[in-house]
Design a protein around this ligand. Sequence first.
Ligand SMILES: Cc1cc2nc3c(=O)[nH]c(=O)nc-3n(C[C@H](O)[C@H](O)[C@H](O)COP(=O)(O)OP(=O)(O)OC[C@H]3O[C@@H](n4cnc5c(N)ncnc54)[C@H](O)[C@@H]3O)c2cc1C
Length: 261
Amino acid sequence: MKIYVLIKHVRDTETRVKIGPDGGSLEFLGDNWVISPYDEFAVEEGLKLKEKFGGEVVALTMGGEDSTKSLRQAMAMGADSAVLISDPLFGDLDALSTAKVIAKALSSEQFDLVLAGKQGVGGDSQAVGSMVAAILGIPVAAVVTSLEIENNSAKAKREIEGGLELLSFPLPALVTCQKGLNEPRYPSLKGIMAAKKKEVKTLTAKDLGFDENSAGPKANKVVSRGYAAPPPRPQGRVIEGEPAAQAKELVKLLHEEAKVF
Ligand SMILES: Cc1cc2nc3c(=O)[nH]c(=O)nc-3n(C[C@H](O)[C@H](O)[C@H](O)COP(=O)(O)OP(=O)(O)OC[C@H]3O[C@@H](n4cnc5c(N)ncnc54)[C@H](O)[C@@H]3O)c2cc1C
């Protein structure tokens, strides 16, 4: 099987964020970058399938030169090679433009499966995977917690409101991965050393046939207008008194003020 895994190089989720003074930018306290957590499930699933069926796992990212760190991490986990799509034109793409670029890079490749995270930390659009599949005209199974491949087709379980949906679809296909699908492995020391020698192919806007009219700020359909912090949480209230009186007062407040019953 040939499997592409889409990974996004993101700030560590522990990074503290505040809104910049202009209201239209974010300031980050900390500068540690990692593979977006849901994409780690995608890498792990690709590696498990390769172990079962043989083949090749290719990690692919669109980002700056520093995204190579996450590609090396994926290769240290066991991916065979990597593709870095990098160009100043691709700096601030919206989800659709991102998907168009990734789909273009994949369109000239043969593959059985593309794995992505259900959402990328930072942008959180939950859109790129499904959009890539739509552009390529292949089936997509989103938010998947279980995946089985057999005879060039797949069975997946995905989370829906209050339950699971069972899907079957032919390959090639795209699957977006949800927590619970697997337990991502840690890279071994041997894996980290081997990753340093693995190939990273770089593609630019020109290689993929994009210019400032087809990718970049002019081509974005969605514009970020600014950021707002969530409203401050109301202060908590302490109920004083004996336990029985406290319980009575709590029931009264839940009923009359919070209206939970
Ligand atoms: C002006 C502007 C500024 C922006 N600034 C930022 C910013 O500072 N930080 C930020 O996070 N976003 C930013 N975005 C949004 C971001 O560039 C796109 O929305 C983004 O490419 C999609 O990311 P997402 O996490 O929302 O995608 P999702 O749809 O949530 O991602 C789902 C999955 O798609 C795959 N995927 C997504 N992006 C990539 C990628 N680049 N390479 C490979 N696989 C990918 C991953 O598997 C991911 O788990 C900006 C957009 C604009 C228009």
